[in-house]
Design a protein. Structure first.
Length: 63
């Protein structure tokens, strides 16, 4: 599922969430600059992902 800001990919055992800004052309950057993308990709198991979704939903409903 691709959104405006993030892409969510799921298979039978794992979930990957990736920031879409990772897909930009290298010539958009000035010479000598590097793009920091270490925090733009995340993996977890499906059970952990569902736990996070339930906790987030609870937070949104209560606050």
């Amino acid at each position: 599922m691709e959104g405006h800001e993030y892409t969510l990919l799921m298979d039978g055992e794992e979930v990957m969430i990736r920031a879409n800004q990772l897909e930009f052309e290298g010539d958009e950057m000035e010479e000598g600059m590097n793009y920091y993308d270490e925090e733009s990709l995340s993996f977890c198991g499906i059970e952990d992902f569902l736990t996070v979704l339930k906790a987030y939903r609870s937070f949104m409903l209560n606050y």
